[in-house]
Design a protein around this ligand. Structure first.
Ligand SMILES: NC(=O)c1ccc[n+]([C@@H]2O[C@H](COP(=O)([O-])OP(=O)(O)OC[C@H]3O[C@@H](n4cnc5c(N)ncnc54)[C@H](O)[C@@H]3O)[C@@H](O)[C@H]2O)c1
Ligand SMILES: O=C(O)[C@H](O)COP(=O)(O)O
Length: 626
């Protein structure tokens, strides 16, 4: 069913005071695309703290325009003396990536840092880049004291980064998920084939002066069944290569689409079937609470006797003591391992020293090609994030395509401003818990990603009433922490599907309001806004329709609908040299009640506001900062 806006249209507007809707041309010209992660973006001369993170997305964009980063070779480079963002590279990164980072920031390549030194350095860094060898713990985020905006993982696995802590601190985590896929798959195949033919053992034997041809008789791969555990990027490439070697490939992956497996001639099976059927098992799942030590005494006992195991995923998915027992019992004939529970593993670990075990020191991603690729991928993701852009490889924030981002940009500004306005209408800003957001849109339900809008509404609501800073990364977390329940509703309207959203309405229920006129018939504080010609507008307050551009500050007055009101209030403001930018009057019943929404450039002093309150027909008024 098509539903129109909940507010009546605006009537009886005194043209002397009402700014006409801006012309499409002029308003498009001034509109700037907001940064979605304004707190993440490094702004020269301004240390990003919880306080200055209060900037709105729009302000942040203006700041960006005013302070361009110095970019080598840029014609517009008028800021060579401005400080650049500091990027700490804590593990060896391909040169191409380091060079890219140097064009953008001050790069400190400090490898093998102790945990203490890492903590000291992050307190002076805007971004940190690591591989798998650095533990980015909660203590690291604490030590950063809000300065660290981005952690870049130059590779796939993010099990060495405390994602929960990163999210709580509003620090974006990005990874480089694609550039080392083939390298890891090739290493898996190399270990598989090398293990089957005892290459490492035979090599060591010859170097020890022996010639043991019968001892190192191997097993063939062709016709054998390989179970690929985890049919993601690496698992798929391993499967493709194993098929080429004539193996029968099955896979277990609870989340993999069957058609992708089928297209490669791979059968997706249950965990138990995979391990019970396979002659070779190759591990390619991430280390998560669900996969930790999933290969243990119990699961080894279900395997075919004489199975051979390859692990280029993460050491932690195997209970290493159980693997030693399975090797000793002959359940596992051989294992080839690139990754370990603790890296580097202890030299005298029974597992490492086991004669049927081949090991490499976490070399899966270590090809020249992969390392260059990963370095470029992470350098681009980190510098993009420092510019306030959303990364396509964000691990703890919504990933949004540039097209969607650009389309949603003005609505994101609107969303934050509506949140900010709504919460200022709550008496004392107290007791805010239940928030409902209604998006009216002509688009299909699936065609509107509201995560960004919700995050910005959350930011707008929380920041004026607390000292938390909120961004896209931590919005949901902070909302939950503060006990906010934010529900969303989509309504289909008969407008143009060319625009993603027709209007956004924010309702806060079960609270006292400082402005009764903002309370709708349902009892909730309710405001609604639209984007007009690219500019956010307030279009509804409670049950009153208004139409003011959301710029500067706003005075809302509820008064008896009678002639001369605009003049009286306008004169008071004028006498105090407060410039009125927009004004709009909305009413429900003629000559009964009306609301005046007055946009002002300056903040009127207390006396001026009291004079407005003293106008006889004014029943209540409120001053709101946008
Ligand atoms: N040794 C190395 O140097 C090296 C290099 C690259 C990747 N890796 C590791 O390899 C693993 C795979 O990397 P990727 O790029 O293919 O990641 P990916 O995200 O593309 O694939 C992982 C797959 O595992 C699946 N999965 C999740 N839980 C599972 C479970 N319980 N059982 C089975 N499958 C499950 C997922 O659905 C996904 O399809 C990661 O652990 C990564 O860290 C290691
Ligand atoms: O997850 C990964 O990408 C690999 O384990 C590679 O790790 P590395 O960057 O430490 O080589």
């Amino acid at each position: 069913m098509a539903i129109s806006s909940s507010c009546p249209t605006v009537k009886a507007v005194n043209s002397r005071w009402t700014s006409p809707s801006p012309s499409p041309v002029s308003k498009f010209a001034v509109f700037r695309r907001p940064s979605l992660l304004p707190e993440l973006r490094y702004t020269p001369n301004v240390r990003l703290t919880a306080t200055n993170a209060l900037r709105t997305a729009e302000q942040a964009t203006l700041a960006e325009e005013d302070h361009k980063f110095s970019t080598a070779g840029s014609d517009e480079d008028d800021s060579a003396l401005l400080p650049k963002p500091r990027i700490l590279v804590a593990e060896k990164l391909g040169e191409a990536g380091v060079n890219l980072l140097r064009e953008f920031g001050d790069v400190d390549c400090s490898y093998d840092l102790s945990p203490e030194d890492l903590k000291k350095k992050v307190a002076e860094s805007d971004a940190l880049i690591v591989r798998s060898g650095t533990k980015v713990t909660r203590e690291v985020f604490e030590a950063a004291k809000g300065r660290l905006k981005v952690v870049g993982r130059a590779g796939v696995g993010i099990d060495n980064v405390d994602l929960q802590a990163a999210t709580e601190y509003g620090c974006l985590v990005v990874n480089a998920p694609t550039a080392n896929t083939v390298a890891a798959a090739e290493h898996g195949i190399a270990l598989l084939a090398g293990m089957a033919r005892n290459i490492a053992q035979a090599d060591a034997s010859i170097k020890a002066g022996k010639w043991e041809r019968s001892k190192y008789v191997g097993v063939s791969l062709v016709g054998k069944t390989l179970a690929v555990m985890g049919f993601g990027k690496v698992g798929t490439e391993v499967a493709r290569r194993a098929k080429g070697l004539g193996m029968n490939v099955i896979s277990h992956d609870p989340y993999a689409p069957a058609d992708r497996a089928r297209a490669l001639g791979v059968e997706l099976v249950s965990f138990d079937k995979a391990i019970a059927t396979a002659d070779f098992i190759s591990l390619h799942m991430p280390l998560t609470p669900a996969t930790k030590k999933v290969f243990n005494d119990e699961t080894f006992s279900k395997m075919k006797k004489g199975v051979r195991l390859v692990n280029v995923a993460r050491g932690g998915v195997i209970d290493e003591d159980a693997l030693v027992r399975a090797l000793d019992a002959g359940i596992v004939a051989q294992a080839a391992l690139d990754v370990f529970c603790v890296e580097p593993p202890s030299k005298d670990s029974k597992l490492i020293q086991h004669e049927n075990v081949t090991v490499t020191p976490h070399l899966g991603a270590s090809t020249k090609e992969a390392q260059e690729g990963v370095a470029i991928e992470i350098a681009e993701a980190v510098s993009g994030a420092l510019r306030g852009e959303l990364s396509a490889t964000a691990v703890n924030a919504p990933m949004v395509s540039p097209e969607v981002l650009s389309e949603l940009a003005p609505y994101i500004v609107l969303a934050e401003k509506l949140g900010r306005l709504a919460v200022q209408l709550v008496s004392g800003g107290k007791g805010v818990q239940s928030i409902k957001v209604v998006y009216r849109s002509a688009r299909d339900r699936d065609d509107l990603d509201t995560r960004l809008l919700r995050a910005m509404i959350t930011k707008g609501i929380i920041e004026p009433i607390s000292d938390s800073f909120v961004n896209l990364v931590n919005a949901d977390f902070i909302a939950k922490q503060k006990g906010l329940r934010i529900s969303e509703e989509r309504m289909v309207v008969d407008s143009s599907p060319e625009y993603p959203v027709d209007s956004i309405q924010v309702q806060i229920s079960n609270v006292e309001s400082s402005f009764a006129g903002a309370v709708s018939d349902g009892g909730a504080i309710s405001i609604e806004g639209k984007v007009k010609y690219g500019v956010p507008h307030l279009t509804c307050v409670g049950s009153f329709g208004v139409d003011v551009s959301l710029e500067g500050n706003l005075i809302l007055c509820r008064q008896v609908d009678q002639p001369g009101m605009i003049g009286q209030v306008g004169n008071i403001l004028g006498e105090q040299n407060v410039n009125v930018s927009f004004m709009s009057v909305g009413r429900t019943v003629v000559r009964k009640q009306a609301i005046m929404a007055i946009g002002v450039d300056e903040e009127p002093d207390k006396k001026t506001l009291e004079r407005i309150g003293g106008v006889s027909a004014v029943e209540e008024f409120v001053f709101l900062k946008l």
